[in-house]
Ligand binder design. Structure first.
Ligand SMILES: *Cc1c(COP(=O)(O)O)cnc(C)c1O
Length: 386
């Protein structure tokens, strides 16, 4: 039986809408906080740069990713987990927490797992920031801090970095007042690569109210000189207001998997846990996290290769006459002021995609040996050392 096509008369509903099309309709307005949000700008991919410039062979040194693909053992664990993907994963990621706790030497109640450390950062904002609350962070720093602050309707209070593109502790201490609800310290800092010593953080904490949450964002922990100290063992046990966030995205090469963790006082951790949206940490991410901890030795070897390349890139840059801030993560930062955009663009046209910060500088991820050589060659073509 074939149905006769029905003749449709255009009728308007009581809001004046016609059955098809968006003509003359009212679009729901986003919350003012959302309307004012800058969109998070991820680093540009190599494929996009190739398309934009009509080139081939572009390399991406823009997102601080690991140049090496995940270890075979991690891929195998993720594949096994995928076989059970018709089931929801453990919402609390209990096995990961237990493994993390014994690995880190902390109590299991003091550790939680999130959808990347940016997931945990968002949970921290959801947990502690009401409209109008003050959030303090040095600037320039990680770009999600202003995004999350605005999203919650919080008040952004920034303190400048010093002339060496590092933390200005006096300026930071001045920006923090009893009405500060949260302080965010990315150390090593993104994008400058400079880091804070635990002793400096301890001095800062002495002047911070115990009701202010202090987030120490250690996404690049594994690349940091160990002499800077370990806030998980040296600060968390003494300061219940300190939360340390870490990730499997950078050193462990699992950026696409989304697994991060946080260490803090059990009550703080329990509060953060309430804001995890259901099943945010996938079964694949949980399997990858455990496999990554199991493979610590091989991960350390990879980190060692990146540190070796970082040292080589730094000495090549310094040898050529460049001055750059202390690089404690898996990237280097070139302060270029007003020339940042032009130099970024010239390198991108030549297939080397880095991360520009308009009128400030560019951040270049340490990649493979070949990628780093190409960056150094290309930079020499397009910019005079300064
Ligand atoms: C890359 C980065 C993160 C984290 O990332 P996830 O992939 O969400 O774990 C967090 N903080 C800073 C400062 C970063 O640069």
């Amino acid at each position: 039986m074939t149905a006769e096509p029905t003749q449709c008369t255009v009728v308007q509903d009581r809001f004046g809408r016609e059955p098809s099309g968006y003509r003359d309709t009212v679009i729901p307005a986003a919350r003012p906080a959302v309307q004012s949000l800058p969109a998070y700008r991820p680093g540009k991919g190599a494929a996009q740069a190739e398309k934009e410039h009509g080139i081939t062979n572009a390399i991406k040194l823009a997102s601080n990713e690991n140049p090496e693909p995940p270890l075979d053992a991690i891929v195998a664990a993720v594949t096994r987990a995928a076989e059970g993907a018709h089931r929801y994963a453990d919402h609390r990621a209990t096995a990961v927490r237990e493994r993390l706790a014994s690995w880190l030497g902390v109590n299991v109640e003091g550790v939680t797992v999130g959808s990347g450390s940016v997931g945990l950062l968002q949970q921290l904002f959801l947990t502690y920031i009401d409209a109008g609350d003050e959030v303090v962070y040095p600037w320039r720093s990680f770009e999600v801090y202003p995004v999350y602050t605005k999203l919650m309707g919080g008040k952004e209070v920034t303190s400048p970095l010093n002339a060496a593109h590092s933390f200005d502790l006096d300026a930071l201490a001045q920006a923090i007042t009893p009405s500060t609800r949260m302080v965010l310290l990315a150390t090593p800092n993104n994008p400058t690569g400079t880091a804070l010593r635990v002793s400096e953080m301890r001095d800062l904490l002495a002047g911070i109210s115990p009701s202010t949450v202090v987030v120490i964002d250690e996404a690049y922990r594994e690349f940091l000189d160990p002499s800077f100290g370990d806030p998980v063992h040296e600060l968390v046990p003494h300061f219940p207001n300190v939360v340390v966030t870490r990730t499997f995205s950078k050193a462990h090469g699992l950026a696409g998997i989304r697994a991060g963790y946080a260490i803090g006082h059990p009550e703080v951790i329990a509060s953060i846990d309430k804001t995890l949206f259901p099943f945010a940490v996938s079964a694949l991410a949980q399997a990858a996290a455990i496999a990554a901890i199991d493979a610590e030795e091989q991960i350390n070897e990879r980190v060692g290769r990146i540190l070796g390349e970082r040292a080589r890139v730094i000495s090549a840059l310094k040898g050529a006459g460049w001055t750059l801030p202390d690089a404690q993560a898996n990237f280097v930062y070139l302060p270029l002021a007003g020339d940042a955009d032009a130099i970024y663009f010239e390198m991108e046209k030549r297939g080397v995609v880095t991360r520009p910060f308009s009128n400030e500088g560019i951040r270049i991820t340490i990649g493979s040996v070949q990628e780093n050589d190409r960056f150094l060659r290309t930079l020499a073509e397009v910019a005079k050392p300064r």
